[in-house]
Design a protein around this ligand. Structure first.
Ligand SMILES: Cc1ncc(COP(=O)(O)O)c(C=O)c1O
Length: 363
């Protein structure tokens, strides 16, 4: 079986370092907001080239706390992509604000910056671009629009740790960068975890308060907050992996290059990479009208594949009360996408087997 992702291979390769890091935390017995979390925050800030990073409980909470810190509340509108994981828009609804979906650019699966302006109303307060599958959203026009209409920009970097847009790391361009350390992500722990990055000291202080029950001095509470702390065990594991993130991302890029060499690009649409971006291939996602046939055939050959995402958010039951929009690109893409196995440790032979299977069914 060729899986979508094989976490065991990575663990076995890093076992001595990871086991030692876990043992250190166990010996230290400081499990919440200790030296590993502050160490990881400093390491991530250094890596991204941004002044502030804060560990939180998940990527979802990273988005939620960033929105709260940005002052998003009931009735506010937040523009985002319909082609993403539910968390991106769920956090908006959790704050009794309204997610407004702008269609995507079908070539890179990200929000189409030219579709944003037509969605802006007096109530619009923020934009959440998602760097989906590891490919940066087109940030320059998004930042231009946000400047023109005084909107906050919260980058959803859950799938794109280390990706670059015009030489800048994603998560350092908007007001906030929100990362997920869910186990299958490019940079990941062995449980839930997330991080918020920002260059604003004010936002940093706000997120810091919010993640710890609205408190900076123990048992004194200034605002209604959350229990949303990254724990020390996760931070220790993620620190080990952060030291290897460039290597992991280059291996993913090498795997993607090989897929592009082996898969017949006339039979399926291969993922593209903008010339001024560095894609980190959290997913390698092809498009085909025969998507369901390919998935079944791969399954019969012992090869996993996955549909991210089968239903765009504006068509989800949970958002059926929102304004009915037709978002043609997101709808077409949802019916055609198929993600193939990709992870840093995937072998050339496995990539060849997957590619040959895709080519065989598409003949
Ligand atoms: C695009 C996107 N946003 C947000 C999230 C939420 O991250 P988490 O699962 O860590 O809460 C995810 C991950 O699952 C994601 O893929």
């Amino acid at each position: 079986m060729i899986p979508m992702v094989d976490l065991k291979r990575q663990y076995l390769a890093l076992k001595p370092e990871i086991d030692a890091a876990i043992q250190d935390v166990l010996t230290n017995t400081q499990f919440i907001l200790g030296p590993q979390v502050s160490g990881l925050e400093a390491d991530v800030s250094r890596y991204l080239g941004t002044p502030y990073s804060l560990g939180v409980a998940s990527g979802t909470d990273a988005l939620l706390l960033a929105l709260r810190a940005a002052g998003i509340g009931p009735g506010d509108e937040v523009i985002t992509t319909p082609f993403t994981f539910i968390a991106t828009a769920e956090v908006v609804a959790l704050l009794h604000a309204v997610p407004v979906f702008a269609d995507i650019d079908a070539t890179n699966f990200n929000i189409d910056p030219h579709k944003i302006k037509e969605k802006i109303t007096k109530k619009t307060k923020a934009i959440i671009p998602v760097h989906l599958f590891g490919h940066p959203a087109d940030m320059d026009p998004i930042m231009e629009t946000s400047g023109e209409f005084n909107l906050k920009v919260i980058e959803d970097c859950a799938q794109a740790f280390g990706a670059e847009y015009k030489g800048k790391k994603v998560g350092t361009i908007g007001d906030f960068g929100c990362f997920s350390f869910f186990p299958s992500k490019n940079l990941a722990g062995y449980g839930d975890g997330g991080m918020v990055s920002t260059s604003s000291e004010d936002y940093f202080q706000k997120v810091k308060l919010l993640r710890n029950h609205g408190s900076s001095v123990r048992y004194y509470h200034e605002v209604v907050g959350y229990n949303s702390r990254l724990d020390e065990l996760q931070a220790a594991i993620i620190r080990v992996k952060l030291g290897m993130i460039d290597e992991f991302n280059s291996s993913r890029r090498a795997a993607a290059r090989l897929y592009k060499k082996y898969i017949n690009g006339d039979a399926v649409m291969l993922p593209s990479e903008a010339s001024d971006c560095m894609h980190v291939y959290h997913q390698f996602t092809i498009r085909s009208g025969k998507r369901d046939l390919i998935l079944k055939y791969l399954e019969s050959k012992g090869i996993a594949s996955a549909i991210y995402y089968p239903v765009p958010l504006h068509k989800q039951e949970v958002f059926s009360g929102l304004k009915k929009d037709s978002l043609a690109a997101a709808e077409t893409v949802s019916a055609e996408v198929l993600s193939l196995p990709i992870f840093p440790e995937i072998s050339d032979e496995e990539i060849l087997r997957v590619s040959e299977a895709v080519n065989a069914i598409c003949l």
